[in-house]
Write a new protein. Structure first.
Length: 227
């Protein structure tokens, strides 16, 4: 799903968001990963927490919400320790608000972690090994379980699940590297964890995910609406 933003002086409440998200197709009892921009929605009463409230209300107690909680800048700091409970998401206010929710779980991929709330959270966040993008990764589990993706006020360039396809077909413009970093476990102990990443090689021309979005729309695989 892709949303268009309706911005203005009005302040948007939780119930308005619930109504719009439901019409857009957020599935009750389903699994959904959300890439988002709070600013694109407009002035929301209660801010990012209200958006998370609305998403969880739409999904219901049997549904599972997933957000990207990637960290790109923080790991470059000297002495960095990845703490799933404390290291902030660098993917916007809504993802950070979801990460901080009671009961939220987070994977331990240092650069490309995800957080999840709901019955499938444990299964998703603890899936796979060192790679955030291979056939056993948390992201792939979302696809395997029939999850949907909501682009809430952001373009197709934010649909990071497309990286799964790049890894599967072995695109020549990415290379696999392994990075070992310290991760703080829930008991406070530090553990060295290897994360596999697939950075682009020199000369990489960039991703045109918007073109794939156009193809998805042509196949009527996308629902578009205002929030």
């Amino acid at each position: 799903s892709r949303s268009a933003a309706r911005c203005g002086a009005m302040v948007i409440g939780c119930q308005e968001l619930v109504n719009d998200l439901s019409r857009l197709g957020v599935p009750a009892g389903g699994l959904m990963m959300v890439h988002s921009s709070l600013r694109s929605i407009g002035m929301v009463e209660g801010g990012a927490d209200t958006v998370v409230d609305a998403l969880l209300e739409c999904l219901g107690p049997q549904g599972t919400l997933v957000v990207p909680t990637f960290t790109f800048a923080a790991p470059n700091h000297p002495g960095f320790v990845f703490d799933p409970a404390l290291t902030p998401s660098e993917m916007g206010a809504i993802s950070e608000a979801a990460r901080r929710r009671a009961g939220a779980q987070r994977s331990i991929h240092v650069f490309h972690s995800i957080a999840a709330i709901g019955p499938m959270a444990d299964q998703i966040t603890n899936a796979g090994g060192a790679s955030a993008w291979d056939a056993y990764s948390p992201m792939q589990q979302i696809v395997n379980m029939g999850g949907r993706f909501l682009l809430l006020g952001v373009p197709y360039t934010r649909l990071t699940a497309i990286h799964l396809v790049e890894v599967q077909v072995g695109v020549p413009y990415r290379r696999q590297i392994e990075v070992e970093m310290l991760v703080r476990r829930p008991d406070g102990a530090l553990e060295r964890v290897v994360s596999t990443s697939m950075p682009p090689q020199p000369g990489f021309g960039g991703n045109d995910f918007n073109r794939l979005g156009q193809l998805l729309e042509a196949e009527q695989a996308v629902r578009i609406g205002a929030v």
